[in-house]
Design a protein around this ligand. Structure first.
Ligand code: TTP
Length: 200
């Protein structure tokens, strides 16, 4: 029997992000959404890479715990920006977004997205690094961008898939990872659990 004949286990996405739902649907994967509440607080000793990986795994494990004894694979993910070693998360207010976007102006930053899966026994995870270059931004447009409401729930205070696309002059790596879920890597991780893509 090859893997395509094995009934795949149910998949759960432990995420409140509409972007992650859309991205996983885009590649034809069947799943249900689980809400989890994982506090995003970086420990002093954590590097950006270890922090983003831990958050993705914490989300997957929290989802798995909600399933109690039921079978199922749970996927968690986390995205953050990094500039000069500083982690760029969601902005708390306008000044926060202004500070991040000004710092990114005319420069390249890194976006890290981690994906983690668990079925309660096997854990699989990966982190994807993408480099994004911004053109020069001026203070007026940063303020207007904040007023659109788009930056508020986005790591690094922008959305490459939205109005913020006009800031991006170059990207090296995975576009879907910047939006919130690296699809090529996710498909490979899912295959470890015999969960196929393109389920139409
Ligand atoms: C850089 C960037 C981030 N983002 C989003 C992806 C993530 O949803 C968000 C980063 O926050 P996360 O904490 O990774 O995710 P989340 O809180 O939105 O959802 P979850 O419930 O899964 O924890 O920023 C974009 O949509 N576009 C972008 O260009």
């Amino acid at each position: 029997m090859n893997s395509s004949q094995v009934t795949p286990p149910p998949l759960y996405l432990a995420s409140g992000s509409p972007r992650r739902r859309e991205l996983l649907s885009q590649i034809g994967v069947r799943f249900e959404v689980l809400r989890v509440d994982v506090p995003e607080v970086r420990a002093a000793a954590e590097t950006p890479e270890s922090y983003v990986q831990r958050l993705a795994l914490d989300k997957a494990r929290a989802g798995r715990a909600r399933l109690a004894g039921q079978p199922g694979v749970v996927l968690g993910a986390d995205t953050l920006g990094v500039l000069d070693g500083e982690v760029l998360e969601k902005p708390h207010h306008r000044d926060d977004a202004h500070r991040m976007l000004s710092a990114m102006s005319g420069r390249e930053h890194t976006v890290l997205t981690a994906v983690a899966l668990t079925d309660g026994r096997l854990e699989a995870q990966a982190v994807v690094e993408t480099r994004v270059r911004f053109r020069t931004l001026d203070a007026g447009e940063i303020n207007r961008y904040w007023d659109t409401g788009e930056p508020v729930d986005k790591a690094g205070s922008y959305a490459i898939q939205g109005l913020g696309a006009v800031f991006v002059s170059r990207i090296q790596g995975s576009y879907s990872a910047v939006v919130g879920l690296p699809l090529e890597t996710t498909a490979q991780l899912l295959s470890q659990y015999n969960i196929p893509v393109w389920q139409v």
